[in-house]
Design a protein around this ligand. Structure first.
Ligand code: ATP
Length: 273
């Protein structure tokens, strides 16, 4: 129907255990997002107000989206996702309408988490006190002011938390970082060796592994790999095993992981880490 069109709503299936590493970050999100929704009555009784918005920033492929989904899953909250780039590319006025509709749906389906990917696209720093020189608000400015209005309106609603993600936190408009808006800013770093080991374990959970596969060694050799890269590595190794094993037995062995390692390049550069 017209209210739900263009909006994805679901309670995601992914849980905290599906995310490798990031122990402290997961704990912070549990406290800031999961608890206030799950224990809303206790928060009320104690007079604790919850955060309205959390800004996640860090390199691509390092689980910002997955963290938001896991928070929704843990809180059993409806999950709505919006992308800055998608809103920006809509016809005049359609992006704002979709934004407002999403907040409206989130209220109806509360408790809800609204995930806002590529937030920097619609919330870049404004050009100055008067906006741009023509005096007309640009698409980005109109979207931003709609978002700010909706977030301010959340004060009256309970059980709705907005999580935004960006790879470029330095271009986010300061108005979004005021109290009552995105008052929590968390860096989602690339995985360290232990994180990489956990990610490899997660993405080989369903895969029969040969005895010679040493995931810790692979974790040590995959510096600069993101979580998404490691997922791709496991997939490649699985496919290599499949290619070879169709006639015999299906087992992902060390040679398959080595072949996958040779064929893939990490997404990160030293500068990010
Ligand atoms: P982008 O900025 O490109 O949107 P992102 O930071 O939101 O990226 P995700 O979309 O959450 O990253 O992750 C991409 C994929 O990589 C996911 O499918 C997820 O399975 C995998 N992945 C990333 N980090 C981890 C992790 N820590 N543990 C397990 N899987 C991970």
């Amino acid at each position: 129907n017209s209210v739900t069109r263009g909006v994805t709503k679901e309670i995601p299936a992914v849980s905290w255990n599906d995310i490798g590493g990031l122990k402290d970050l997961k704990k912070k999100l549990q406290q800031a997002v999961e608890w206030p929704i799950k224990h809303a009555a206790s928060f009320d009784r104690l007079g604790i107000s919850s955060v309205r918005g959390v800004l996640l920033h860090g390199p691509p492929g390092c689980s910002k989206t997955t963290l938001a989904k896991a928070a929704a899953h843990a809180a059993q909250a409806s999950f709505f996702s919006l992308s800055g780039a998608e809103l920006y590319s809509k016809y005049v006025g359609e992006g704002e309408a979709l934004l407002r509709r999403t907040f409206q749906m989130a209220r109806l389906a509360s408790p809800s988490i609204i995930f806002f990917d590529e937030a920097d696209v619609i919330a870049p720093k404004r050009t100055g006190p008067g906006g741009n020189s023509s005096g007309n608000a640009t698409v980005g400015e109109r979207l931003l002011s709609t978002l700010l209005t909706e977030m301010d309106g959340l004060e009256l609603a309970t059980g709705i938390i907005v999580l935004a993600a960006t790879n470029r936190p330095n271009v986010i408009d300061a108005a979004l970082l005021r109290p009552g808006r995105f008052d929590m800013v968390l860096y989602v770093p690339p995985p360290d060796v232990e994180g990489r080991y956990e990610i490899l374990r997660i993405h080989t959970r369903q895969m029969p592994l040969g005895k010679d596969v040493d995931l810790w060694k692979i974790a040590e050799r995959t510096e600069l790999f993101t979580g998404a890269d490691l997922e791709g590595l496991c997939r490649e190794a699985g496919i290599a095993a499949l290619r070879e094993g169709l006639m015999t037995q299906l087992l992902a062995c060390d040679i398959h992981f080595q072949a996958a390692l040779r064929s893939l390049r990490p997404s990160l550069t030293q500068a990010v880490v």
